[in-house]
Design a protein around this ligand. Structure first.
Ligand code: T4K
Length: 364
């Protein structure tokens, strides 16, 4: 079976060399040497100032919500992975869903502004599939209404926007380093903030709120990255350039082979985009579901990222006194109903992409 993606693994000897020192130091987690080294290498690679590693992006977004001390309503996108909405709910915030742009699949700033109320404290936007949101418009709105701006940048590792890292925009951005991401630490993530104070708050959050051995100054959780995860990151960072190049080459091949069919592609914003996913939209839900099944039968596992919309989650419905379920999320619904992410990873064979495209064309 060819899966939608396949994690990048370093040379095993390279990983063994990287973890050997752990046996000498007997320091396995909680801000170890390798965690600090990876933080420093990532700051350099991404070109960001304030970065802290965490166990995963889900915890990273939760840390952001606590660090910014948010209350009330947060305007967000329903076209995202469960994590984005789940953490709002877990923090006791009310997700208010804005529709997305039909071309870029990202949150629509016009609808964001329409949904602002006296209770709104922040905007939580997602750079879907690594494609930057309309950052300029969102920043303007956040400034005008004095709202905090958080970017779920789970898919946006290495993306640059107007000459700097995409993670340097907004108050806080969160990257995911899960196994299936472009850059992985097995499980992991990073929180990038605008100020040292916010980073300090996120770091308190990831370690139970401990300021010192006897002082807990804020609510916190265990979101610490281990040395073994950091070691994987240090190894994988060495090959990231090749991974990005290879994915881009395969992405372009898909575009070429599927160009001229009636599948629709996500429209990129102006930016240096990286390609973690190969999303395509079909002309109807029925065709999408047929393609999903047909590919599966032929040994190719595609994924319906993101279906259903998070605004359709049953648990939100149960708490609808608190949660505003989106009613007019037309664009998001259309995309969610017709989208399929096709397999894309650097160690794929060109002939698999050719075969996948042939199968997709047959369904179209
Ligand atoms: N925000 C957004 C917008 C996100 O997309 C995500 C996560 C988050 C926040 C939260 O980030 P983290 O807290 O995870 O850091 C996967 C990932 O688990 C998830 O990280 C990712 N987004 C989401 C889009 O995809 P699943 O449940 O679809 O993945 P899974 O485990 O079924 O893996 C997909 C395919 O990859 C498998 O069918 C086979 C292949 N695979 C997977 C793993 C784990 C492998 O070949 N080897 C592996 O080790 O969620």
């Amino acid at each position: 079976m060819i899966y939608v993606t396949r994690p990048t693994l370093p040379d095993i000897q390279d990983y063994i060399d990287q973890i050997k020192g752990i046996w000498e130091r007997h320091w396995l987690t909680n801000n170890g040497v390798l965690v600090r080294q990876l933080e420093s290498e990532l700051k350099e690679y991404l070109g960001v100032k304030n970065l802290s590693l965490v166990t995963n992006a889900t915890m990273g977004i939760l840390a952001a919500l606590y660090a910014l001390d948010l209350e009330g309503e947060v305007i967000t996108t329903p076209f995202t992975f469960a994590a984005t909405t789940n953490v709002l709910f877990m923090k006791g915030l009310t997700p208010v869903f804005a529709d997305v742009d039909p071309e870029t699949f990202n949150i629509d700033p016009v609808d964001v502004e329409r949904k602002i109320t006296k209770k709104t404290s922040a905007i939580l936007a997602v750079h879907v599939f690594g494609n930057p949101c309309n950052i300029t418009a969102l920043e303007k709105i956040a400034k005008k209404y004095k709202l905090k701006l958080i970017f779920d940048a789970a898919h946006a590792f290495g993306v640059r926007y107007k000459g700097k890292s995409i993670c340097e925009y907004g108050d806080i951005s969160v990257l995911s380093f899960h196994a299936v991401k472009l850059f992985n630490t097995v499980e992991g993530g990073a929180v990038i903030t605008k100020t040292k104070e916010l980073t300090h708050k996120c770091e308190l959050f990831r370690n139970f709120g401990f300021e010192s051995e006897e002082e807990i100054v804020s609510p916190g959780i265990n979101a610490k990255m281990s040395e073994f995860h950091a070691a994987m990151g240090l190894c994988n960072l060495k090959s990231i350039k090749k991974v990005i190049e290879k994915n881009k080459r395969f992405f372009d091949l898909y575009m070429r082979l599927l160009g001229g069919t009636n599948v629709k592609f996500q429209k990129p914003e102006i930016a240096r985009v990286v390609h973690t996913y190969m999303p395509v939209c079909f002309d109807s839900k029925a065709t999408r579901d047929k393609a999903h099944e047909y590919l599966m039968k032929s040994g190719y596992s595609s994924r319906k990222y993101f279906y259903p919309l998070t605004s359709d989650f049953e648990y939100l419905r149960g708490k609808s006194t608190k949660t505003k379920i989106g009613k007019e999320l037309i664009n998001a619904k259309n995309i969610s109903d017709t989208i399929l992410c096709l397999p894309l990873y650097p160690t794929m064979e060109k002939r698999d992409i050719e075969k996948i495209c042939k199968l997709v064309k047959e369904v179209c």
